[in-house]
Design a protein around this ligand. Structure first.
Ligand code: JSK
Length: 447
């Protein structure tokens, strides 16, 4: 038994995203997004599920805020649906979209909960995709314009802004692996999009400074950790490439103003030519106020010639797996955080997502998700160790407040600390919710 204790000023919260919880997909003038198109395309999402209704949080946000008040969180991370604000991506503003987020933000603030706003959590207006989406540099300008609208509209209310959620997913998972919208499988396209995303991020940060908005801005890359199976240089190098695919590829341009050369060379070997315009790297290389880190899983791996994009294979270590089959690997969380701290300096970090998929169902009104509580304890222990090692952790937000639309997995994968019955929309607080509530109140737990 040990007591794991956290700094008194650390912020605690929970996170969601617009398309995953809101529903009301065709209401109040919302335009279509690429996820409407993708989820309504047969074969793209497990069970043919879509976000038309999701958790219906567009209508039930007041009930959801009551749940947050009970939980005792300091901070709630949500995302704005770009096509609710600009149904066509640019041009005409939809006032009903703005009104929804004003109500949400006002009620959060009244409840003593700090809103943290993600501007882009994957629901690109379909009208922009029709013109090439993130491959078209005009989408960068459209994004900065949308961000500026949001800054001016919500200044003084929203103090924490995230430009992009998980740029690796937006680029590579969606345009190379093809698992997410828009579903292309083109490495050149995906890599070029990763660059455009970073330019959009940097130009948005620049705009935020120009407008002198009170508050903080950052971005939230998703991370994973591959640990080399042996000390052989080929195993170390293989893991380095995969880790850099998530970490250095997105963070070096932001923090150092350059892409990692060994990755540029590797991509070149795969036929990729990045098209970087004058001023792009300078635009990306803007100081940010905090870094958001999303972490779920990691693996042990070793070199394997011609295997996948980066010549490696997993080594099965027998680690426990969650119900989405991702290994539980809290050591990777510690490694990611200390690696980033060593590489980029003592940047303030919010854990903007960490959580697990376990599909436990209610029995007599109770959801006994002991495995989720265990996952949280393991990862919060790793987080505490990273704080002891000097990592500048400002806050921790668990994914997710609610079970919700888990993208290509549809409703088949539950990440919530609150169970959602998608037929009745009844919310049931899981055992992990009560454990998290106690931990937030105490700022320590016993493990
Ligand atoms: C969960 C990552 C944002 C929030 C949550 C899915 C994810 C993922 C999902 C990687 C992935 C699939 C599988 C194959 C091979 C890579 C959401 N986070 N979430 N985060 N990340 N190796 N290639 N060399 O719902 O909305 O890829 O990956």
């Amino acid at each position: 038994m040990a007591i794991i204790q956290f700094p008194k000023d650390m912020k605690w919260g929970s996170a969601t995203a617009s398309y995953q919880i809101e529903g009301a997909a065709f209401k109040d003038g919302r335009g279509l997004s690429i996820w409407d198109t993708f989820s309504h395309t047969p074969g793209k999402v497990v069970g043919g599920d879509n976000g038309d209704v999701a958790c219906d949080s567009y209508h039930r946000y007041e009930e959801d805020i009551e749940i947050m008040k009970d939980l005792g969180i300091d901070m709630y991370r949500f995302s704005v649906s770009w096509p609710r604000i600009f149904p066509n991506g640019t041009g005409e503003i939809n006032p009903k979209g703005l009104a929804y987020y004003h109500d949400l933000v006002d009620k959060l603030i009244e409840s003593g909960i700090e809103p943290m706003c993600t501007l882009y959590h994957w629901d690109l207006p379909q009208a922009l995709q029709d013109e090439g989406g993130w491959d078209n540099r005009e989408t960068i300008d459209a994004f900065v314009n949308y961000a500026e609208t949001m800054f001016n509209e919500f200044k003084g209310k929203i103090k924490y802004w995230i430009t992009l959620n998980e740029p690796w997913c937006i680029s590579f998972l969606s345009n190379y692996i093809g698992a997410h919208a828009p579903g292309y499988t083109d490495l050149q396209l995906a890599t070029q999009i990763s660059h455009h995303l970073l330019v959009a991020h940097g130009k948005t940060v620049k705009k935020f400074r120009e407008l002198d908005i009170e508050g903080e801005i950052g971005f939230a890359p998703n991370t994973t950790w591959l640990e080399p199976y042996s000390n052989k240089q080929e195993d170390i190098d293989a893991c380095r490439r995969e880790n850099a695919y998530f970490i250095e590829w997105f963070m070096d341009p932001v923090f150092k103003g350059e892409y990692p050369q060994f990755m540029v060379d590797w991509f070149k070997k795969k036929g990729v030519e990045l098209n970087i315009e004058d001023g792009d790297l300078e635009a990306i290389h803007q100081p940010i106020d905090f870094l958001g880190i999303n972490y779920y899983t990691g693996h042990v791996a070793r070199y394997k010639e011609d295997e996948g994009l980066f010549d490696w294979e997993y080594v099965e270590m027998g680690y426990e797996r969650t119900d989405i089959d991702w290994p539980v690997y809290p050591e990777g969380f510690y490694k990611v955080l200390t690696y980033i701290n060593d590489r980029y300096g003592n940047v303030p970090i919010y854990i903007t997502e960490n959580g697990s998929c376990y599909n436990d169902e209610p029995v007599d009104g109770r959801v006994k998700d002991a495995a989720r509580t265990k996952y949280l304890k393991q990862h919060l222990t790793a987080l505490s160790r990273s704080i002891d090692a000097g990592v500048n952790i400002k806050g921790y937000l668990t994914w997710s407040l609610l079970d919700n639309f888990e993208w290509a997995e549809g409703y088949s994968k539950r990440f919530g600390i609150v169970y959602v019955d998608y037929i009745t929309q009844k919310r049931t607080k899981k055992d992990s919710f009560y454990w998290y509530k106690q931990t937030i109140a105490n700022k320590w737990f016993e493990f």
